[in-house]
Unconditional design. Sequence first.
Length: 295
Amino acid sequence: MLSRSLLAVLTLTSAAIFAAPAAYAADPASVPPAAAAGAGLPPADTVVARVNGDELTLADIEAAQQSLPQEAQKMPLAQIYPMLLDRMVDGMLVAEAGRKEHLDQSPQVQRRFKLLQDRLIQQAYIEQLLKSTETDAQLKAGYQKYIQEKPAREEVHARHILVKTQAEAQSVIDQLNKGADFAALAKKYSTDPAAASGGDLGYFSRDDMVPAFSAAAFALQPGQYTKTPVKTEFGWHVILVVDRRTKQPPSFEEAREQVSHMLARDLIEAKVKELRGAAKIETFGLDGKPLATAK
């Protein structure tokens, strides 16, 4: 009988396989660079184990690593290779035992196999579809669309002091009028988490804050503070503007990854819409009755 720890590892490995089927379907050439990288590794098709005649290759081990938690994925393969090899061999033995009992022919396993197969095909189809989105011309065109949605925006760098009553806020302002240090007052009086850093909120745009706070902050110039308390749903504020700037959109290189994701998302959504438009789809509620929206 399997020990609890071994069973847990096998279960985790199996769960990882089903959670990321594409990795296990990958051919050696498509294994992610992070997995394939490593000094002195043999070719991916190198046989690393035989279990009753069935072969396990280095590509299988590399793919298995990419289905593990992020921490394990980042480790050098050599560091976890012995453990991973043992777990893969154990998994092969358990699967072989299940086949001997004809579990591979059970309706439940066949159904799950069909779902897994569908997921592998979906992944392969999407990967093939996305290959056309990575040209520089398409990325640059996508970047132009991206920066239209992220134009240059005005930002202020401010500090604030948050208190419960108008009288407390006015007392703070009175002390500032006499030359008191804003950061010191924030540490002493403010109930906001930013009090520990002297009320520093960093840079923000108008939309980042509630309207009353933004209106007061953006009416100030660097070095100025609010001369009357500012009320929001959080309490009463005294605001000091440290700096103002116009934040420019990210450069092409800075936005490249986000643009790539945007193009991929748009392409997949368009393809799914096309497929839905050409398909006959019937959906049913939990009560078995047809749903009104068929597409």
